[in-house]
Design a protein around this ligand. Structure first.
Ligand code: NDP
Ligand code: OXD
Length: 311
């Protein structure tokens, strides 16, 4: 009997590696790369990163689409997504621990004023910088999902005050929670270092904007590891140039790779990292995708996305 087929869409340079790896992990399926899909009717599963618009609708027997990543905005970006097909996403400590490390690193860097110390080193200037204790600094997390919760634990362990902003009301020990549009201004007003760990949805697109920057205390910092589309690029530059924001670390961008001529690369108050906040090694990624598909096939799906919420 023919095995059900799994189609894989990843950047071309990695296509054969993903196909061979998933084939080894999922011998019960016939794993095919996007360019060699064969009979579309045989395809029951898809594992994708940024699938081309309209591409998935050709597979009329598709039973589940698994995002190769925690975010699913790249799947929902397809306006012709086949309706009613469950979308799965991968998550787990392999991803969230990395995000916690990244957020702790970037928060500590601003908290301990590393950019100022680096500037002094460039001048060979022995000039001390005295910083407050972490307990005097509030980190505001936008999003308290698998990524936000892991980041919060790391920050609390370092002694920071942590508050969070979510869609629905949440009660998490030691974290002051705000939610919904009404909760946003209060949340921002008490945040010294703002960390965006939101999914990209119609509601969160463009949320890192002029109005919200203006609600932060003057001299606040921004760390965006959500998605590039959360940020209005011009508003960030204006907020940095006026001193409303003291610095920004960006891991995600509207265009990736970030074009070499983009002004973010060279802005003195911006730190760019190439979408590495929670980048997993491909083998772990393959294992998480295989586990998600196998759990779905066993009737115990994990990481099922709510299409109405978009995350
Ligand atoms: P989850 O789905 O687990 O959590 C999402 C959080 O965002 C929830 O707390 C949710 O609120 C909140 N949220 C969603 N919509 C809104 C809204 N309209 N207003 C306020 N809060 C909202 O996601 P993850 O934590 O796993 O991942 C979050 C995002 O991080 C991903 O979608 C991806 O974009 C990004 N990411 C980036 C990576 C990187 O390397 N840079 C790696 C992995 C993820 P509620 O609790 O009420 O549901
Ligand atoms: C993800 C990401 O969504 O890497 O996993 O951004």
């Amino acid at each position: 009997m023919n095995r059900p087929a799994l189609i894989i869409h990843v950047p071309p340079a990695r296509a054969e590696w993903w196909r061979a790896t998933l084939q080894e992990l999922l011998p019960e399926l016939d794993c095919r790369s996007w360019d060699a899909a064969g009979d579309p009717a045989a395809i029951e599963y898809a594992a994708v990163w940024r699938p081309p618009a309209g591409g998935l609708r050709w597979f009329s027997n598709l039973r589940a689409i698994c995002s190769i990543g925690a975010g699913v905005d790249h799947v929902f970006a397809d306006p012709q997504l086949p309706p009613g097909v469950p979308i799965l996403r991968i998550s787990g400590p392999e991803l969230s621990q990395r995000m916690a490390e990244y957020v702790a690193l970037q928060v500590l860097r601003y908290h301990r004023r590393m950019p100022a110390l680096e500037e002094r080193q460039a001048r060979a200037a022995w000039e001390a910088v005295i910083t407050p204790l972490a307990s005097a600094r509030t980190v505001g997390l936008m999003g308290l999902g698998s990524m936000g919760r892991a980041a919060a634990r790391a920050l609390l362990a370092l002694g920071f005050r942590v508050c969070a902003w979510t869609r629905s009301a949440r009660t998490v020990e030691a974290i002051e929670n705000f939610h919904g549009r009404d909760g946003l201004p209060v949340f921002l007003a008490c945040t010294d270092i703002l960390v965006c760990l939101l999914p990209l949805t119609a509601e969160t697109s463009g949320i890192l904007n002029r109005e919200n920057f203006a609600t932060l205390p003057r001299g606040a910092y921004l760390i965006n590891a959500g998605r590039g589309e959360h940020l209005i690029d011009d508003d960030l530059i204006a907020a940095l140039d006026s001193g409303q924001l003291a610095g920004a670390t960006l891991d995600v961008f509207r265009t990736e790779p970030l074009p070499a001529e983009h002004r973010f690369w060279r802005h003195p108050k911006i730190t760019v990292t190439p979408h590495v906040a929670s980048l997993i090694d491909p083998l772990t990624g393959g294992r998480l995708v295989a586990e998600a598909i196998r759990a779905f096939r066993a009737g115990q799906p994990t990481g099922v996305v709510d299409p109405a919420r978009g995350y």
